[in-house]
Design a protein around this ligand. Structure first.
Ligand SMILES: Cc1cc2nc3c(=O)[nH]c(=O)nc-3n(C[C@H](O)[C@H](O)[C@H](O)COP(=O)(O)OP(=O)(O)OC[C@H]3O[C@@H](n4cnc5c(N)ncnc54)[C@H](O)[C@@H]3O)c2cc1C
Length: 248
């Protein structure tokens, strides 16, 4: 049985669409920062489980997650009601393609997230190892409304000469209204941060977000000469979908 019963420690709502929660961490649960795992709830003896990126860095004592609330979603319509002390079932096999080993070391690591696609990048930003592999790290988080800027205070407090956090809000007035993918591809992102013009020779990109943005940016990077990490080898950019779209 690869699932173990874990206990909810804390719950933190961010917006009407998003919330975070922490779970107890089994002693033998090992993962690399940036990975995802499957977790779920048992209802009437049946497990409803979904993939979740781990927000915590690999060395943290608890496991933290950032969740969407889909009102008619089989899991999240129920997960949104969990309270400290409740049980959540956790799979023992984390995996994923947004770890430090999924891109070559380099000059600047650009992390481009939409929505809950922020989760794996929180893990990387919290992990000091990220800053041993890269001189600089840039995280762009694009959301529709300002309350969806989860972890904003933490990310702002982590900003320093080597870490740059760029929040963008696309459906409300906000100083930066563009999506991260647009800012990155136009060159405006590097320029605004005073970083050298982006160069696949030196810089690396990780993308996590909605399927359309991820696909668009993957195509654009490939066309510009970037190499996607896959089973054939480690390239200079890597991606993960933050969710899968089900077509009725
Ligand atoms: C590799 C991977 C990692 C994931 N990591 C996370 C994570 O860290 N946090 C998280 O909340 N979800 C994450 N998801 C999505 C998650 O697995 C579930 O889809 C989500 O929890 C909703 O579950 P549900 O049963 O309520 O609805 P589902 O039936 O799974 O989804 C219903 C519909 O809701 C939409 N949707 C689902 N998830 C999201 C989302 N995160 N953002 C926007 N729209 C969404 C899609 O249109 C989907 O078709 C991840 C998915 C994958 C494949």
């Amino acid at each position: 049985m690869p699932y173990t019963e874990q206990t909810v420690q804390t719950v933190r709502p961010w917006s009407d669409k998003t919330f975070s929660f922490t779970l107890s961490r089994p002693q033998d649960f090992a993962f690399a920062s940036g990975e995802f795992v499957t977790l779920g709830l048992k209802r009437e003896g049946k497990l409803i489980a979904r993939a979740y990126s781990i927000v915590s860095a690999a060395n943290e004592p608890e496991l933290e997650f950032l969740s969407i609330h889909v009102p008619d979603g089989p899991l999240t319509s129920q997960l949104v009601h969990v309270q400290p002390g409740d049980s959540v079932w956790l799979n023992s096999k984390p995996t994923g393609s947004l770890t430090l080993d999924h891109v070559k070391s380099g000059r600047v690591l650009y992390m481009i997230a939409t929505g809950t696609g922020l989760a794996p990048f929180m893990s990387l930003v919290r992990d000091p190892a990220t800053f041993t592999r890269f001189d600089q790290a840039v995280l762009v988080h694009s959301v529709r409304t300002e309350p969806e800027l989860a972890y904003r205070a933490e990310l702002e407090s982590r900003m320093n000469g080597r870490f740059h956090y760029v929040p963008t809000v696309t459906r409300e007035p906000f100083p930066t209204p563009e999506r991260g993918s647009v800012l990155f591809q136009s060159g405006a992102l590097a320029e605004r941060l005073g970083l050298p013009a982006v160069d696949p020779e030196h810089d690396r990109v990780m993308i996590c977000g909605n399927p359309e943005m991820t696909r668009e940016m993957t195509d654009a990077l490939k066309a510009a000469g970037w190499t996607l990490t896959n089973h054939r080898g480690v390239g200079n950019f890597s991606t993960e979908l933050a969710f899968v779209t089900h077509h009725a």
